[in-house]
Ligand binder design. Structure first.
Ligand code: G6P
Length: 481
């Protein structure tokens, strides 16, 4: 049966740079690999519903029209709509502008930013390309659009121009810096105006939200009341929605016999030494080098701990076409080599280092096995690794050492919190964690588990959409007045 436009149900369109399914070309065939990421799980129940869709880049560049058609057809079966990007577009929009301007500035690394007007133009063009793909989905004014993250900051306004009353939400997964830092970007005004096309602009923390609001008033002189900005007569809200994880997925996996067995194997392989776990995407914002220095200082100052501990560092490959990331990888190789060669003995290597992507099951076993999880981000929007660790501690043991500069520190108040720039604080925190009595571990971990369980990713999605709908109702009432 063909529905006329006004009879159609409301549809939800989710947009992010990457689709929740990655396409890979291997041995001449295309493979479609679902993402295990938090966003994919959290929004799974939404985009998989009939009529709803997720728009994004499929993670590869087709080599022929046939490959493009095949990808489009296969993804359509999953309610996914690909935005194909050329190598030049990826270079300018993704590597050049998103990851060499926005990423470093938003993580307070001013000296890492590379300003290039050509890349800015490509970023603009690609945001327009996303808007065109959305338009081809024939959105209706009663539909709702949820745009994710810094790669698409211009998109809310582009969608708004074509659909004046449609509900648009935007979520920023990375920090928003103070306005004096944000001001460094030559195209800062355009970026804010891009975001202001949304009705609800959301961040992980109160501070990020305030920084954004300050930028709006200081740079654009917009009138503001509490957290509401008046933009061309339209009320736009900036609010805090800390993202959660799929608690049940991690907790259930951790309870399963196979994962428990694998965790035992890992512990035995490392001879039941205190097992300190670090899992990070390769990124200078994660504080990997500083953490390794702190670990070295622990071994230096407390020689009695040598052979009693092992630091397991998993680095997940990422953005290795961006020069800063390649340099960091070499630096980590050198730091690990140095520590292992200076302190290691035949029977014991202080650091087990892997540069790889692991399946979820192996991550789960590592979380279960770990006595300590060490997260020392120099800046992090949220950090989900620490929440995954907490959800996996089904016996409420284990200690979380967490950077106070990660968004999660605002929620996980029972973690041992450290300033990640202080080698001394990280060393002391590690010592405290190693010696923490079981009853204190239990008390702290139970508190963290409650928070991660309650404020899970489904809760996050639910309250975000509830608020977006509420805002649309408020706007309609204002218009009617
Ligand atoms: C962060 C960003 C995401 C991004 C992810 C992986 O979590 O907030 O937007 O997708 O890193 O990075 P990549 O560049 O590989 O997409």
């Amino acid at each position: 049966m063909i529905f006329s436009k006004h009879m159609r149900n409301k549809k939800t369109i989710i947009i992010s740079n990457r689709l929740p399914v990655r396409v890979e070309r291997r041995d001449g065939d295309l493979h479609f690999i679902p993402s295990e990421g938090g966003l994919a799980t959290g929004l799974g129940s939404i985009y998989q519903q009939e009529g709803n869709i997720w728009v994004g880049w499929p993670g590869f560049v087709p080599e022929s029209e046939q490959e493009e058609r095949l990808t489009r057809e296969k993804l359509a079966e999953l309610n996914l709509v690909p935005v194909f990007l050329t190598e030049e577009e990826l270079q300018g929009y993704y590597e050049g502008f998103s990851n060499e301007v926005l990423w470093p500035i938003f993580h307070y690394r001013l000296s890492y930013a590379v300003y290039n007007t050509e890349n800015w133009h490509v970023y603009q063009q690609v945001n327009k390309k996303f808007a065109e793909v959305i338009n081809r989905q024939d959105p209706d004014e009663k539909d709702e659009v949820w745009i994710h993250d810094y790669q698409l900051m211009l998109l809310p306004q582009l969608v708004r121009e074509d659909h004046p009353t449609i509900a648009i939400g935007y979520f920023q997964h990375i920090p928003f810096p103070p306005d004096e830092v944000f001001r460094c970007i030559p195209w800062r005004d355009e970026l804010i105006k891009g975001l202001l096309g949304a009705d609800l602009i959301a961040f992980h923390t109160y501070n990020d939200t305030q920084h954004f609001l300050n930028a709006c008033t200081h740079l654009l002189g917009l009138p503001i009341q509490n957290n509401c900005l008046l933009v061309d007569g339209r009320s736009v809200y900036a609010e805090v929605y800390p993202m959660g994880i799929d608690f049940d997925k991690f907790s259930d996996l951790a309870k399963s016999t196979s994962i428990q067995q694998r965790a035992q194997e890992i512990k035995q392989y490392y001879r039941n030494r205190k097992f300190i776990l670090c899992i990070d995407r390769l990124d200078y914002s994660k504080g990997i080098i500083e953490r390794l220095q702190a670990y070295e200082s622990l071994l230096q100052e407390h020689p009695e701990l040598r052979e009693q501990v092992v630091l397991y560092q998993l680095v997940v490959p990422s953005r290795d076409t961006v020069p800063q990331y390649r340099l960091l990888r070499d630096e980590i190789d050198r730091a690990v080599g140095h520590i292992n060669s200076v302190y290691g003995v035949n029977e014991w290597q202080p650091i087990a280092y892997y540069y790889n992507s692991y399946p979820l099951e192996e991550l789960s076993a590592l979380y279960v096995a770990a006595d300590i999880c060490l997260v020392t981000s120099i800046r992090d929007g949220m950090n989900l690794v620490c929440k995954e660790y907490v959800a996996s501690k089904v016996e409420s043991n284990g200690v979380l050492v967490l950077s106070e500069l990660a968004g999660a520190s605002k929620e996980l108040l029972e973690a041992i919190q450290v300033n990640p720039n202080s080698i001394d604080q990280i060393r002391q925190a590690l010592k405290q964690a190693i010696e923490m009595p079981e009853h204190e571990q239990q008390r702290r971990m139970q508190d963290s588990i409650e928070i991660v369980r309650k404020f899970n990713v489904r809760h996050w999605v639910k309250i975000f959409f509830n608020r977006l709908h509420e805002i649309k109702t408020l706007q309609k009432q204002e218009m009617a007045r």
